[in-house]
Design a protein around this ligand. Structure first.
Ligand code: SF4
Length: 264
């Protein structure tokens, strides 16, 4: 049975428009990816219920924002709204106190350190790193992830020496998107330099590519994939844009086939 026939037999997909040519391409390419795991995730900041899957308890791996709800970039796809559900930790003492409280109260597996950017798409984490180091010393099972934003080799090394396990950043493949969507005056090369700096440490590096970041159009994604392919990353996260956070009417929903081609 072909993949198309198998997909057509899945009840949940009965209303989906299936692109037969693209699915055939996936089927032909499958042997190249055999044995390489793929995992689908749902965001912890959205609650949902389904008969197949329980919502992810956001308390087991909370996200902290070191700037609370503030961000100097105010990107068009986000408008800093992704920070709203995060727990504010605007100084290191606040982070340490909250993490220790959560460990005492519940089964905390780890946490994500994130925050809004400055005008250069950088987040200053330095003063938080001694807290990460103390927490990792006292609770070695904790997994600490960080959204690095743009950074350099010394700061990447400082994150790794503090014990950060996983580091994530968005890779953007065109200056047009950086300028227009992120309102940021830095070139694509700075994103690749950040990825290189992160990959030179012992941290698990997990770049993200947001598909449809240019107002729902595919533009820099192929270049972003090329950039990622040049570095020894731990894994790659492909995010499909959520116009949910954008000003209404500014983003188109990317076509499923376009998203599929990026995955392919
Ligand atoms: S820099 Fe990050 S938090 Fe700030 S608006 Fe852009 S995507 Fe949102």
């Amino acid at each position: 049975m072909s993949w198309l026939e198998r997909l057509a037999g899945i009840e949940e997909l009965e209303d989906a428009e299936l692109d037969a040519a693209l699915i055939a391409q996936f089927e032909r390419a499958a042997p190249l990816a055999a044995g390489r795991p793929i995992r689908f995730s749902t965001p912890t900041f959205k609650s949902y219920s389904s008969c197949d899957m329980d919502g992810c308890g956001k308390n087991s791996f909370p996200a902290f924002s070191v700037t609370a709800g503030a961000c100097a970039l105010d990107c068009d796809h986000c408008q800093a709204k992704i920070l709203e559900p995060m727990l504010p930790a605007t100084n290191p003492e606040m982070l340490e106190r909250k993490v220790r409280e959560l460990i005492a109260a519940q089964d905390l597996q780890g946490f994500l350190l994130s925050g809004g950017s400055n005008r250069r798409n950088e987040i200053k984490y330095e003063r938080y790193l001694p807290v990460v180091e103390r927490l990792k010393r006292d609770f070695p099972h904790l997994k600490v992830a960080i959204h690095s934003a743009l950074t350099d080799a010394p700061r990447a090394r400082a994150m790794a020496s503090a014990g950060v396990d996983t580091v994530m950043m968005d890779v953007i493949g065109t200056n047009e998107t950086i300028r227009e969507v992120y309102h940021l005056d830095r070139p694509v090369e700075d994103f690749e330099a950040t990825l290189e700096a992160l990959c030179s440490t012992s941290m698990e590096v997990v770049p993200h590519i947001v598909i449809g970041l240019h107002y729902g159009r595919i533009l820099g994604e192929p270049t972003a994939l090329d950039i990622v392919s040049r570095h020894p990353v731990h894994s790659l996260v492909l995010v499909v844009i959520m116009p949910f956070y954008a000003k209404p009417g500014t983003f188109a929903t990317p076509a499923t086939s376009d998203v599929g081609r990026i995955f392919l």
